[in-house]
Design a protein. Sequence first.
Length: 240
Amino acid sequence: MMARPQADSAGDGALVLFSGGQDSTTCLAWALERHSRVETLGFDYGQRHRVELDCRAKLRSGISALKASWAARLGEDHTLALGALSEVSDTALTRQVEIEIGEHGLPNTFVPGRNIVFLTFAAALAYRRGLRHIVGGMCETDFSGYPDCRDDTIKALQVALNLGMETRFVLETPLMWIDKAGAWQMALDLGGRALVDLIVKDSHTCYLGTRGERHDWGHGCGACPACKLRAQGYYRFIEG
């Protein structure tokens, strides 16, 4: 039977759910500022905006160049294939369909169970890697009503994971109670204008997977809900 790796000596290692978007890049900087060893995890679940995964390597390289302490703390990157999530989903993030509000009042960009699945697999990997903290960009301040982004969901899942794996994971959501303008401000506070510029230039948010034209706030179609939220937050940030 394979032995479990020893945990970080201070119990301070972290695994960041790192999609290649604005929020996860900000969360990566947040974790690097606080934890002695930080690894990253991305998921390929057949998402329509899979181009976000192609942004991850450049973002990791760019963020390492911002601070020597961050470069020293940034550890391995992992990617997991979760195509089954796309197979059981019928959403605008996993199908080429128009983005709209569904019959239950939720946008059809909601992928049922996505964050629950992501955090469960993240916990399994963190268990093997000896990492206690799991960091995600979930937020219920500026969000589309996704129930698996709510603080109550994350807290309940933390309890379930700790019971099921007989451990003491801490699920950290640094963006939970701030809006998108606040997320831009957090990036500025953590890494200065250089981190904001990196996020603008190299991260991806657009649900349609459009890189194309670069706007003030980054690349994207400019019309989908993710682009609108990112743009509105950026302009509130620079005006504030």
